[in-house]
Structure formats: structure tokens, C-alpha cells
Design a protein around this ligand. Structure first.
Ligand SMILES: [Zn+2]
Length: 174
């Protein structure tokens, strides 16, 4: 659910990631009829362009080379649907697994469908769940919406501190 490319920058192979909420570094055309898209545009000059545009006119904003419409970050905005292909890939990844041992849910209360459903699906396939979040939300161990039980873990706190500690026996000191 990260849109900031954090997983990729931590060397998580891109072909093993499903970006349910898109990426800030992919640019798509504002015109819904246009299929123009730029993948992994890390050009830092996009920000100064926006700054200059705000100070002068809108002419310096990044524009689609096909239609001259504005380019937007290719992320899911409020009220928009998640990308159906990515959701289908995530569904099938979970469905194909005969057994799931562990599910890590990091930096989210996992209250929003369909991502919240993946936790339940994993539990049905035997997974123990380890959640890390600063906010417990409405979760009640043993009776919460996600069906967490005494087999599972909920670490309340900053994922940036807790996750490296959790994974130290596996990956060592970071
Ligand atoms: Zn376009």
C-alpha cells in the first residue's frame, strides 16, 4: 500500500510487489481517454517545476506529450477504485497458496477492503499474523474484526523502530 517507492528503494524486487495504491513516481495523463504513462520517473526537477509554476503561471507544470493534459502521480486518490489488475493478482496470489505461515501487516490498521480481506484469507490458510502500527484502531485480540487471536501479535509503535527489531534474528543489524 506504500506509494513512496520505499520497498523498491529497500531492494525489494519490483516483480514481487503489487502496488495496490500505485506509485508517486509513475506519472499518468489527467485525460482519462489517454493511456500515456511514465514508470519510475525519479526526476527531482518535477518539484522545482511545480514551485516555479505556483510562483508564475501554470505553463511549467508537467504535461502529457500526447495530449498536453497535465500529468498526475499514478496513485489511487480518495473515491477512486484500486487498479483491478493488481487486485486480481493479489487475490490469485492468496488463493493459490495452499498454506500461509505468516502475514506481516505493517503501518496500517487494515480496516479497508480489499487489503483487510487478505488478513482474513491468510488466517483461514493457517497464517499467524504480526501487525505493527502506531494505532490499534478497533482491534480487540480474540474478538476483533480481523479475527486476531492469542496466536497472533500486535506491536503498538513506530514501524521504523519495531520492524528492524522484529527482523534482527533474520537479517541482522540494519
Ligand atoms: Zn495524455
Amino acid at each position: 500500500m506504500n506509494i513512496d517507492g520505499l520497498s523498491q528503494r529497500a531492494a525489494h524486487p519490483k516483480d514481487q510487489l503489487l502496488e495496490l495504491h500505485g506509485s508517486l513516481f509513475d506519472l499518468k495523463c489527467f485525460n482519462e481517454d489517454c493511456d500515456y504513462i511514465e514508470i519510475d520517473n525519479f526526476d527531482p526537477n518535477i518539484i522545482p517545476q511545480l514551485k516555479r509554476a505556483a510562483e508564475s503561471s501554470a505553463t511549467a507544470l508537467p504535461r502529457c506529450p500526447k495530449r498536453s493534459s497535465l500529468l498526475l502521480p499514478n496513485i489511487v486518490w480518495f473515491g477512486e477504485n484500486l487498479p483491478s489488475v493488481t487486485v486480481a493478482e493479489a487475490d490469485s496470489f492468496i488463493e493459490q497458496a495452499e498454506q500461509i505461515d505468516l502475514m506481516l501487516v505493517i503501518g496500517t490498521t487494515a480496516q479497508v477492503w480489499p487489503a483487510s480481506g487478505y488478513v482474513d484469507s491468510a488466517i483461514e490458510k493457517g497464517a499467524r499474523v504480526a501487525m505493527v502500527n502506531i494505532d490499534r484502531g478497533d482491534l480487540v485480540p480474540g474478538g476483533g474484526e480481523l479475527g486476531l487471536t492469542h496466536r497472533d501479535w500486535f506491536f503498538v509503535g513506530d514501524a521504523a523502530s519495531i520492524v528492524p527489531e522484529m527482523l534482527k534474528p533474520v537479517v541482522g543489524d540494519l
